[in-house]
Write a protein that binds this ligand. Structure first.
Ligand code: FAD
Ligand code: NAP
Length: 547
């Protein structure tokens, strides 16, 4: 392999596009870019495809959007060929599905696995990108690419909490987002789980099934709703497949990328009985869509209180000890302003003798020493294993780790130091022919991400076909369009309750990260219309650069 600074022209692989990441977004991007006739190279840090489903193998990992919706829609035969076994598929089943898709469209041949893209540098003259990779073993490649497509994921850089002594914990430590492939057997062990977001809440009941003692360390309580998960029998699967066309049509119009619409009226416009009926229906549906029962739940505090009160009544009924229930009911943020968790038996787990909930709010973890976790008041927990369900440096974490230099050597990370700057989430001024998919500035994590990935990739490949058909070499977001989009995203978020929670949407979970609401809050369907309109107008807001 050549030294990064001295590679000769012959060492450099010239391609049309480099795709970074082999999660649901990268895989579809490779497929569609190849359909354009492009020479594409994909790179993935993991040893195989799958993205978050490759990394997050903790017990209880499942999708929180129904399997039928959290699946590709672009190929009718694929849709009809795949049988989901449960309403919410487990991580292994989703991995089997993504592997099936990969084989079906022969996508692995375009990828180099176990290899990270470490830098991308623009040549301001040719407008081509020099991309460098690292295989972690002293090797790597240099490529020259016309297009750089980042599909690095919003939740792909784990957040390791800075707890004194954690690194030297004498038991075993696991992060939910980097779970060992061989699995972990907690049978008979004293286990501690730090973190009660989706990953903690999904894993706690299963860890409790094995552990001799389980201590859950909770800093903030979260809102969770039982999934109502169930097996899908032959008849249910037949019905799903027959109804796919309509299901997808509705999903594309919806706010969240699933085929469910909010109640037509505002929360307090309807009577008490009607309101409870609507909440009950959503509760039965299970999961995150509870936050979209009524259209004003995330904009009007009184409406939010009504949703919250119903939730609290339901959840308290599941927990035997009212003092434990007091700890499990959030008081610090409106419901839905952090992602609502979709669980199976989470609250009931605290009714088990060997499970203890420890609130860190007034009594934080002070240090880890040997096999012990000490709280500020001196209480000590002797543990054999610690599970860190502490989340991710979300939305920007993986991009920040790549040295991306655009016009004049500008570093993307510096450009985004006060928060991400994009036009439509897709492009940034100063970085022509560089695209960031299903991430900041777009609905991404606020919607069904597989449909978001399809929406972005379809837009992108239509755009590139347009460039080629009209003899343009490059496309670049205009500075003004970026500024306007940043303002629009900020103003839309400010008009909601989303700014009031210390969520990872705002970067609040990472010390020192600017507090900026990173996804586009206006809804999946509305966003689809905006980007379609931009394309139809001949890509207004972008500069198209002739050859
Ligand atoms: P990812 O799946 O994150 O894939 C990105 C890939 O890029 C990763 O494999 C990573 O290793 C790779 N990568 C990053 N940087 C580099 C680099 N420099 N070089 C090479 N490779 C790199 N969303 C939903 O809509 N519904 C759900 O039910 C749902 N469940 C989730 C469950 C978990 C446990 C998590 C963590 C997230 C979940 N999400 C869910 C959100 C999830 O992020 C998306 O659904 C989706 O899987 C993201 O796909 P992606 O391809 O965009 O990114
Ligand atoms: P998360 O929502 O960010 O939760 C992290 C948890 O760790 C929080 O409870 C946080 O407390 C706690 N924490 C972080 N640092 C800590 C510290 N130093 N000391 C004590 N506690 C600390 O992360 P996640 O659970 O991995 O989920 C991230 C996102 O991934 C979800 O919101 C969801 O979008 C997706 N996901 C989905 C599913 C699914 O159901 N399909 C499953 C997993 C993940 P604070 O809240 O106080 O910061």
């Amino acid at each position: 392999m050549s030294d990064n600074n001295t590679e000769s022209v012959h060492d450099v692989d010239a391609v049309d596009a480099v795709v970074v990441g082999a999660g649901v977004t990268g895989l579809y991007a490779v497929h569609k870019l190849r359909e354009l006739g492009y020479r594409v190279r994909g790179f993935e840090r993991g040893a195989d495809v799958g993205g978050v489903w490759y990394w997050n193998r903790y017990p209880g990992a499942r999708c929180d959007v129904e399997s039928a919706d959290y699946s590709y829609s672009f190929d009718e035969e694929l849709q009809q060929a795949w049988d989901w076994s449960e309403k919410y598929a487990t991580q292994p089943e989703i991995m089997r599905y993504l592997s099936h898709v990969t084989d079906r469209f022969d996508l692995r041949r375009s990828y180099t696995f176990g290899t990270s893209v470490v830098s991308a540098e623009l040549d301001g003259e040719t407008l081509r990108w020099t991309v460098r990779t690292d295989d972690g073993d002293g090797g790597g490649e240099v490529l020259s690419a016309r297009f750089c497509v980042f599909a690095v994921g919003c939740l792909s850089s784990t957040h390791q909490p800075s707890i004194p002594g954690l690194d030297s914990f004498a038991g075993d430590t696991y992060h939910t987002g980097e779970w060992p492939h061989e699995g972990v057997d907690f049978t008979g062990l004293r286990v501690g789980v730090i973190g009660t977001g989706s990953s903690g809440i999904q894993s706690v009941p299963l860890i409790a099934d094995q552990a001799a003692q389980l201590t859950v360390f909770q800093r903030s309580a979260n809102y969770s709703i039982p999934a109502g998960n169930k097996p899908l029998d032959e008849e249910a699967r037949r019905e799903l497949k027959a109804g796919y066309a309509e299901r997808r049509r509705l999903a594309r119009l919806s706010g969240g990328g699933s085929p469910f619409m909010t109640h037509p009226q505002r929360t307090l416009e309807v009577g008490e009985r009607e309101r409870r009926k609507a909440f009950e229906k959503r509760w039965e549906l299970g999961g995150v869509l509870y936050s979209k029962t009524f259209p004003d739940q995330l904009t009007d505090l009184a409406a939010n209180h009504a949703a919250r009160a119903f939730w609290e009544e339901k959840v308290r009924a599941l927990i035997d000890d009212p003092a434990v229930a007091d700890l499990l009911v959030p008081t610090d943020h409106p419901i839905g302003t952090k992602r609502i968790v979709t669980d199976s038996d989470y609250y009931e787990t605290y009714n088990r003798e060997h499970v203890r909930l420890v609130s860190l709010r007034e009594n934080a973890i002070e240090r880890v020493e040997g096999q012990s976790v000490y709280l500020a008041d001196g209480e000590r927990f002797e543990l054999d294993a610690l599970v860190l369900a502490t989340g991710f440096d979300a939305m920007t974490g993986s991009l920040d780790r790549i040295d991306i230099r655009g016009r004049g050597g500008r570093l993307l990370k510096d450009d985004w130091s006060a928060g991400p700057r994009t036009y439509l989430g897709l492009g940034t001024d100063g970085f022509p022919n560089l695209f960031n998919l299903a991430g900041v500035g777009s609905p991404s994590v606020l919607a069904n991400v597989i449909l978001c990935a399809e929406q972005h990739v379809d837009w992108l490949t239509d755009c590139l076909a347009h460039l080629d058909a009209h003899g343009y070499v490059a496309i670049e977001a205009a500075e003004r369009a970026v500024e306007d989009w940043v303002t629009e995203c900020r103003e839309r978020a400010a008009a909601t309750l989303m700014m009031s929670a210390d969520s990872w949407y705002l970067g609040a979970n990472i010390p020192g990260k600017p507090r900026v609401f990173m996804p586009f809050v206006g809804g999946f369907g509305a966003y689809g219309e905006i980007i379609a309109d931009v394309a139809a107008s001949g890509y207004k807001g972008f500069d198209l650069i002739p050859g």
